[in-house]
Structure formats: C-alpha cells, structure tokens
Design a protein. Structure first.
Length: 213
C-alpha cells in the first residue's frame, strides 16, 4: 500500500502512521525526520534546508522532493510506504505525480481547529527528564511540576496557542486544498479524529480495510 496521510498539526498523523506501518509492515516516511537527518548529517541538501529552517521558512520544494525521491527509490520502500508531511501543497503533489509515484489512497484525519488548539496548547514538557504531560488529558499531580523528577514543566514554542493558530492558518491555506486535488482522483478517504487514540485507530483501520490482503 502506498498511502499519504494528512491532517492539521496535532491531528494525530504521526500516531496513526505508526499504527498503519506496524499493521501493513511498510515504512512511515516522515518528511520532518528525513529533513532533520539530512541536516544532522550535513548533506548538501541538509545544509540548504537548515538555512531555511533557521529562518523559520518552509524548505523549498526542490530540496524536499530531492530527499523524498531518493528515499522512495530505496529497497525499504519496495513493498509500499506511508508519506507523512508530504506533499504539503498542490505543486508538491504535482511533483510527486511527475516522479511517477502512484498512490493507492490519501487518508485525511479531520479534527476541528478548536480541538487542535486545546490539544497542543495544553501540552507540557519536563525541563529535567523530558516527560510529557497535558493539562486536561494527563495532568501532573502538582501544577507545572514533574511527577517523576520534580523539575518544572514548560510549553514548547511550537505548542504556544498563537503559534498553533499560525500553523493552522498555513495548513488551511496551503495544504488543505490537497483534499480537493486527491478527491478529484478518487483517492481521498476522510476519517474523524476522536478524543481517544484507539477510537481514531479503529476508524482508520476500518477505512483502510479494503487494502488488506
């Protein structure tokens, strides 16, 4: 199965991607992970990508597509793959088509903006051991203090409400139009993101059951 998984930041793409990867035994290809690896290794594309990331800008399509193309042609993708975080725009989707990559389905996890903001802005990280909490779903016993090591908790810059809203605006303006692009090709499958991860997983597996051997 060759699958694209899409959804707003915080919709649970990474979590569901891992579940699908395990069930179908295909790699989940996160563009973010590949970009970070290229930056860490200091490859020419990684150096270029870093200059844009440091400036808070999107990495240009040609850099992202070059990294993706190399990966998809590797042996580990011979039985299929899940693309998480790519394509992010219509031009990237067209570039994927131009590469001759034929997708089986595009799965969109649908979560309302207000739920996304609640999920992400409620996250807290321990400054000591890195443990993760949520003010609603997994609160620490004492406010802003880690249960495990007693260090203070903080909000990641990415999780601040104003940052989340900015990222959502980018998603709606740039990435969400892909739903119409892939619906026109008969590839779009929409699944409602539920409160409980396992409920979302059940809905995802039901939606993708047509691809089971």
């Amino acid at each position: 199965m060759k699958l694209i998984i899409m959804g707003a930041p915080g919709a649970g793409k990474g979590t569901q991607s891992a579940k699908i990867s395990e069930k179908w035994n295909i790699p989940a290809v996160s563009t973010g992970d590949m970009l970070r690896a290229a930056v860490k290794e200091g490859t020419p594309m990684g150096v270029t990508a870093k200059s844009y990331m440091d400036a808070g800008q999107l990495v240009p399509d040609e850099v992202v597509i070059g990294i993706i193309k190399d990966y998809l042609s590797s042996d580990q993708c011979s039985n299929g793959f899940i693309l998480d975080g790519f394509p992010r725009s219509i031009p990237q989707a067209e570039a994927l088509d131009a590469m001759g990559v034929k997708m089986d389905a595009v799965l969109s996890i649908e979560v309302p903006d207000e739920k996304i903001v609640e999920r992400m802005s409620g996250r807290r990280i321990c400054s000591g051991c890195g443990a993760s909490y949520h003010v609603l779903y997994n609160p620490p016993k004492a406010t802003d203090v880690c249960d495990a090591c007693g260090a203070s908790l903080y909000i990641r810059d990415d999780d601040a409400a104003e940052t989340v809203l900015k990222r959502l605006n980018t998603y709606h303006g740039t990435t969400e139009p892909l739903k119409d692009f892939y619906a026109a090709k008969g590839l779009l499958i929409c699944v409602e993101g539920r409160e409980k991860v396992e409920d979302t997983t059940a809905a995802v597996m039901q939606a993708l059951s047509q691809f089971e051997a």
